[in-house]
Ligand binder design. Structure first.
Ligand SMILES: Nc1nc2c(ncn2[C@@H]2O[C@H](COP(=O)(O)OP(=O)(O)OP(=O)(O)O)[C@@H](O)[C@H]2O)c(=O)[nH]1
Length: 548
C-alpha cells in the first residue's frame, strides 16, 4: 500500500521523472478554511472533503474545542521539467530571445557610453583588423541584418539596461525602498566612479603617452607598517574519521565512567573489602546517578564475591557492568508498532530541548526508509522554529506533515492529523508536542487534552507515548519521567545526546524505578544518529569496562 502511494506521489506532475522522489505533501491547518483545489485526485486529494465534518466532530468532542476553524491546505508537489521536454518547448523561444537581446541589449563588449564613444553617423565602418587608435576605440561591428546604433540611441539603451539591472537588485535587496530604478541608476552614475579607475595619487597608472612600467609598482606602506614575508601554509592535522555510534557512546559516557573508575581505583588501593569501603563505594555509585537500588545491588554482589579480600578497580568495573546490565536488559526493547491501527499513533513528549523534534525526524527516517508511510504532526504550536524544524525533517524523510499556525490549539491539530492520517492510510503518525515544563500547569493540561482527544478517535490512541530524555541532565530526568508518566501515560523512553558529555547513569536509576522500555539512544544530531538501545553496551560504557 505504502509503495503504491509513494509511486502515486512520484508520478504526479512529472511523467518523465519516474525515479525522482516527490517533495512531501504538506497539510497546513490554518485558522481560515482554505482548501487547495489543486491537490491530485486519488488517495491524497480524496481526503479533502471531510474537513467540515472533521471540524464538527472535533467540536462535538471537546477535541477541537478551540473556537478556530481548522482546515486542511495540502501543498501540491512541484512539477519538474525534464531535459527531454526542454528542447521542444524552448527552441522557438530561443530565437525570439536572440532577436530581443540583439535589439535591446548592447553587445557584451560594447564600451560604456561616454568613455569610448561610437562612430558618428556616416563614418566608414572600421576595417576588419583595426590598426589605428581610432579604430581600436570604435565599437565592434554589428552582425548583419541589424542596424548599427546611433550614438544617442546607444546611450539611451545602455541606460535602459542599467535600469533593468538595478530593478533586479532592488527586488532582492531593498524591496520596499520605493525609489525608481532610473533615479537610482542615475544617482549612482553621478556618485560612483567606474570601479576600475585607479585612485588618484595612490596607484598611478601610466601617464598619457608614457611607457608602461616594467614591473607593477608595490604600494608603499605608511610609517609604522612593514611588509610581511609570505610564510608557507602550515599543514593542519589530518581530518579525523567520523566515530561510529558505539565510539560516540563510549566517548559521551567517558566522563561518567572515567570519574567513577578513577575514584573506585583510589578507593581500593591497598584496602581489603570491608564495610567502610563498601559504604564509600555505594556513595560513589549514587553520586554517579545510578540510584540507591542499583548501587546496593553492586555493593552486595561485590561483598558476596570478595569480602575480606583484595579488590582491584577492574573487579569492581566488571561487577558493576554485570549488575547494570541486569537492570537494563529488561527495558532494552524494540519499539513495537501495531500497523493494523493505520496509523499507529506515536505521541512524543518531553521537556523542551530534550530532542523531541530531532528524534521524530530520526524515527521518520528509519520508518519511511523501510517503506512505511509516515505522517508528522507539528503539535509544538508554541515555537515557530519547532514547526519549521519539523517541516525540514518531513522534507528530508519524505514524510507528510500536518502543521498549523503558531499558537493554534495543539489538541485540535492532533485530532485533525489523526483523521488525515487515517484517511490517507498512513502507517505511522508521529505527533510532536511543545516542550512543556512540568511546573506549568496549563501546558500539562494541554498535553492531557491531546491524549484525551486522540482517544475519542481510537480508545487505544496514542498507541505509544515516547518521552525523550537529555542524557546531560542528570537527576532531574528522574523527576521528568514521573511527571510525564502521570500526565501523558509515557510508555517508553529515548535517551538523547549520549554523544555529548553525558551523565547516562540516570537512565539506570530510571529503569530500576519505572521499568519503562528504552527503545533508542540518540548519539548525534544527524539523521542516522539514533541507535537501538543495547543494555550491555551501555552498562560497559558506564562501568568503564574496556571496549572489546
Ligand atoms: N549531540 C546531540 N544533539 C542532539 C541529539 N538530539 C537532539 N540534539 C540537539 O538538541 C537540540 C534540541 O533538540 P530539539 O529536537 O529541538 O529538542 P525539542 O525537545 O524538540 O525542543 P523544543 O522544540 O524546544 O521543545 C538541537 O540542537 C538538536 O540538534 C543527540 O542525540 N545528540
Amino acid at each position: 500500500m505504502a509503495i503504491g502511494f509513494i509511486k502515486k506521489i512520484f508520478s504526479f506532475g512529472k511523467d518523465a521523472v519516474e525515479e525522482k522522489p516527490a517533495p512531501p505533501q504538506e497539510t497546513a491547518v490554518s485558522d481560515e478554511v482554505a482548501v487547495n483545489p489543486s491537490v491530485p485526485s486519488g488517495e491524497q486529494g480524496g481526503t479533502q472533503a471531510p474537513v467540515e465534518e472533521n471540524r464538527s466532530a472535533a467540536e462535538a468532542t471537546e477535541a477541537g474545542t478551540d473556537d478556530r476553524d481548522v482546515s486542511l491546505e495540502p501543498s501540491t508537489p512541484t512539477s519538474e521539467t525534464t531535459s527531454e521536454e526542454a528542447p521542444a518547448s524552448t527552441a522557438p523561444a530561443a530565437d525570439e530571445n536572440t532577436v530581443e537581446e540583439d535589439e535591446s541589449v548592447p553587445h557584451p563588449i560594447s564600451p560604456p557610453a561616454g568613455e569610448m564613444p561610437g562612430r558618428a553617423e556616416g563614418d566608414e565602418p572600421p576595417s576588419e583588423h583595426p590598426t589605428t587608435v581610432d579604430e581600436l576605440s570604435a565599437p565592434p561591428s554589428v552582425p548583419s541584418g541589424h542596424l548599427p546604433l546611433k550614438g544617442g540611441e546607444q546611450e539611451e539603451r545602455e541606460a535602459a539596461v542599467a535600469a533593468d539591472v538595478e530593478e533586479v537588485v532592488i527586488d532582492v535587496d531593498d524591496r520596499g525602498a520605493g525609489s525608481s530604478a532610473d533615479e537610482k541608476a542615475a544617482s549612482e552614475d553621478e556618485s560612483n566612479p567606474p570601479p576600475i579607475s585607479p585612485l588618484e595619487g595612490e596607484m598611478p597608472g601610466r601617464a598619457e603617452g608614457g611607457e608602461p612600467p616594467s614591473e607593477p609598482l608595490a604600494p608603499s606602506l605608511p610609517k609604522g607598517f612593514a611588509a610581511a614575508e609570505r610564510r608557507p601554509r602550515e599543514e593542519g592535522p589530518a581530518p579525523q574519521a567520523k566515530l561510529n555510534w558505539y565510539q560516540r557512546l563510549r566517548l559521551g559516557l567517558a566522563r561518567t565512567s572515567s570519574q567513577l573508575t578513577g575514584q573506585i581505583a583510589s578507593l581500593f588501593t591497598k584496602r581489603k573489602l570491608d564495610e567502610a569501603t563498601l559504604q564509600d563505594l555505594e556513595d560513589l555509585l549514587i553520586q554517579a546517578d545510578l540510584g540507591v537500588e542499583t548501587a546496593m545491588r553492586i555493593t552486595d554482589t561485590l561483598a558476596s564475591e570478595r569480602y575480606g579480600k583484595d579488590v582491584s578497580g577492574e573487579d569492581v568495573s566488571r561487577i558493576m557492568a554485570g549488575e547494570i546490565t541486569k537492570v537494563l536488559a529488561p527495558v532494552a526493547r524494540p519499539l513495537e508498532l501495531d500497523l493494523s491501527h493505520k496509523p499507529h499513533v506515536i505521541l512524543v513528549v518531553g521537556v523542551n530541548g530534550t530532542g523531541k523534534t530531532t528524534t521524530i525526524g530520526k524515527l521518520a527516517a528509519k520508518l519511511s526508509g523501510a517503506g512505511l508511510k509516515v505522517m508528522l504532526a507539528a503539535g509544538d504550536t508554541f515555537r515557530a522554529a519547532a514547526i519549521e524544524q519539523l517541516k525540514i525533517w518531513a522534507e528530508r524523510t519524505k514524510s507528510e506533515i500536518v502543521s498549523s499556525k503558531l499558537g493554534a490549539d495543539a489538541a485540535g491539530l492532533a485530532y485533525e492529523a489523526f483523521q488525515r492520517a487515517r484517511e490517507q492510510k498512513a502507517d505511522v503518525l508521529i505527533i510532536d508536542t511543545a516542550g512543556r515544563l512540568q511546573n506549568k500547569a496549563e501546558l500539562m493540561a494541554e498535553l492531557e487534552k491531546i491524549v484525551r482527544v486522540l482517544g475519542k478517535l481510537d480508545p487505544d490512541a496514542p498507541h505509544t507515548v515516547l518521552q525523550t530524555l537529555d542524557a546531560t541532565t542528570g537527576q532531574n530526568a528522574l523527576q521528568q519521567v514521573e511527571i510525564f508518566r502521570n500526565v501523558a501515560g509515557v510508555s517508553g523512553l529515548i535517551m538523547t545526546k549520549l554523544d555529548g558529555t553525558a551523565r547516562g547513569g540516570i537512565l539506570v536509576a530510571i529503569s530500576a524505578k519505572h521499568k519503562l522500555p528504552v527503545y533508542f539512544i540518540g548519539v548525534g544530531e544527524g539523521i542516522d544518529d539514533l541507535e537501538p538501545f543495547e543494555a550491555k553496551d551501555f552498562a560497559e560504557a558506564i562501568a568503564g569496562v574496556a571496549a572489546p
